[in-house]
Design a protein around this ligand. Structure first.
Ligand code: MCA
Ligand code: AMP
Length: 478
């Protein structure tokens, strides 16, 4: 792995994670599923904190390095975190919060060098990860996956995409979501591959290395492919040829987390000669559907079920759809499917039917390949590959002193997939403008949840029952 200007071996990672485990255990035999949060940028230290938590018998709860305080507070409090491992330079961001919540703070730079000690035996049925994901409830929920779940998610992809020890992949996706954690870091480390870790999506540096043919595998969200297309199209002839050849020489380029428009897929092929492999997944299940490594990669489709993943479609009254061309909800079963939502048995139970997880996504099977049609809930927005809850954003914006009520919707956008838009009813005489609202929201919500469009309205379009009609709210934005 390369990070922080250094190259690290697998032996380095093993040694560093043993140090972290010892620092976390602090003389105890086993953390006994204590939740271990981490606030660490991508790199050896992130991986050592994850493995260290696992080796000590803890549950890893990775935090977003870009989250504002209220979001960090929600995760620490909801997960009942006992200890947070943090990079020295991010310490000030979370130390006061940890103090208030009585959470122990460990500096990763010190933990790495701790003297390794005895480690507990950790069964694969114990929980490994809690990842927070937005949904149809206001606040993000913790998705609990066991070691066996994580292993099933990784091995399914390692097999289907033929991960190899001589693969080299850049890692620039956020490391509090499955795409970065499992598909990139997890699969690469499982396979003995080389990970080139970036702290964020650094377009120029990544393109420079692509031009030097540094990578064999590449995984990104559609927004990133749109940006890469923009960069190639505006480059001079020499650079463009170098980058295009670098991308064209990779053995595999994957897109996922949001719908890849067929036009983007085709433009990428024209520019680089690569046919992107699109796949479909979710925090609760890992990856479920994928176009094939060998065979037809169909633009606009997400292919077929991955190894050891069972997928079915069900109709409105719950009947299983047997044939093709009939839309239904995607339901998933198998060893990769998560165990539960943290501390939410009712929501967990309601998310399964006869042992199948209800994804809330609609799809149709056409000529042997699934095509995603959209989501059952209008309150889920996908922006830049991030899943957002309109309800969570509305709840936060309602705390704004000028906002009496609001309705949040996602608007189609060529770069971001969707952008967040808010229609707001403003209290008597108050003023509200987009820039002011964005500044206010930026202290309370992650950047991708901040409204990009604002309409001040007298009331919302409502149906006969008085319920806000989101499609009509969307129409207000033209
Ligand atoms: C940022 N900006 C936005 C948004 N985000 N504008 C509209 N909508 C947004 N969502 C604006 C900023 O205000 C800023 O504007 C400019 O864009 C650059 O912002 P910045 O934060 O620097 O962007 P970035 O760092 O370049 O991030 C773009 C990104 C990032 C790299 C595409 O969004 C990203 O990493 N997305 C991936 C998320 C992901 O991994 N999701 C997986 C979860 P200005 O320039 O005016 O200031 S889904 C999952 O895990 C499942 C299992 C699955 O299937 O994969
Ligand atoms: P998350 O909950 O953040 O893991 O996001 C999972 C959601 O992303 C899914 O439920 C889908 O709505 C969406 N998603 C993931 N991959 C794709 C894809 N290839 N096409 C369309 N939507 C996708």
């Amino acid at each position: 792995m390369a990070s922080g200007g250094k190259t690290h071996s697998y032996a380095d990672l093993l040694r560093a994670s043993a140090g972290v485990a010892a620092a976390l255990l602090d003389g105890e035999e086993d953390l006994r599923e204590m939740r271990v949060a981490s606030l660490i940028p991508a790199g050896l230290e992130y991986a050592a904190a994850q493995w260290g938590a696992w080796r000590a018998g803890g549950i890893a709860v990775p935090l977003s390095v870009a989250a504002p305080e209220p979001e960090l507070r929600h995760v620490l409090a909801d997960a009942g975190v006992g200890v947070t491992v943090v990079s020295r330079r991010l310490k000030d961001r979370i130390a006061p919060l940890c103090r208030r919540l009585g959470v122990r703070l460990v500096l990763i730079e010190e933990a790495l060098d701790a003297e390794p000690g005895p480690l507990p035996r950790v069964s694969s049925e114990r929980p490994a990860l809690i990842l927070y994901t937005s949904g149809t409830t206001s606040k993000p929920k913790g998705v609990v996956t066991t070691h066996a779940n994580v292993e099933a998610q990784i091995t399914s992809l390692a097999e289907a995409w033929e991960w190899r020890a001589d693969d080299r992949i850049p890692l620039f996706l956020p490391l509090h979501h499955v795409h970065g954690i499992v598909n990139v870091l997890g699969c690469a480390l499982w396979s003995g591959a080389f990970v080139d870790a970036f702290e964020s999506f650094d377009l120029d540096r990544i393109l420079e290395r692509v031009g030097k043919r540094a990578y064999t595998v590449f995984m990104a969200v559609p927004t990133i492919y749109v940006r890469l297309i923009g960069a190639l199209e505006s480059a001079g002839a020499d650079e463009r040829r170098r980058w295009a050849e670098g991308f064209g020489s990779m053995r595999l380029m994957v897109s996922g987390s949001a719908a890849l428009p067929a036009s983007v897929h085709e433009r990428w092929t024209t520019l680089t000669g690569q046919r992107l492999l699109e796949r479909y997944g979710m925090t609760e299940i890992g990856m479920a559907l994928s176009n094939p490594l060998h065979g037809e990669r169909r633009p606009g489709a997400v292919g077929q079920a991955l190894p050891r993943v069972e997928v079915r479609l069900t109709g409105e009254s719950g009947e299983v759809i047997e044939g093709e061309d009939e839309p239904g909800e995607i339901q998933v079963r198998g060893p990769a499917v998560f165990r539960e939502y943290w501390n939410q048995p009712g929501v967990t139970q309601a998310s399964f039917v006869d042992g199948w997880f209800r994804t809330g996504d609609m799809a149709v099977l056409e000529s042997g390949y699934y095509r995603i049609l959209g989501r059952l809930s209008v309150d889920i927005i996908k922006s830049g590959g991030y899943k957002l809850s309109a309800l969570e954003i509305e709840d936060t914006l309602r705390q704004h002193p000028a906002i009496e009520d609001c309705a949040v919707v996602g608007l189609d956008d060529a770069t971001w997939g969707e952008i967040v838009a808010v229609a707001a009813v403003v209290g008597g005489g108050a003023e509200l403008d987009l820039a002011g609202l964005q500044a206010w929201a930026g202290e309370r919500l992650s950047g991708y949840k901040i409204p990009r469009r604002l309409e001040v309205v007298a009331d919302f379009p409502r149906n006969a029952m008085g319920k806000v009609m989101k499609p009509a709210v969307r129409a207000l934005f033209g």
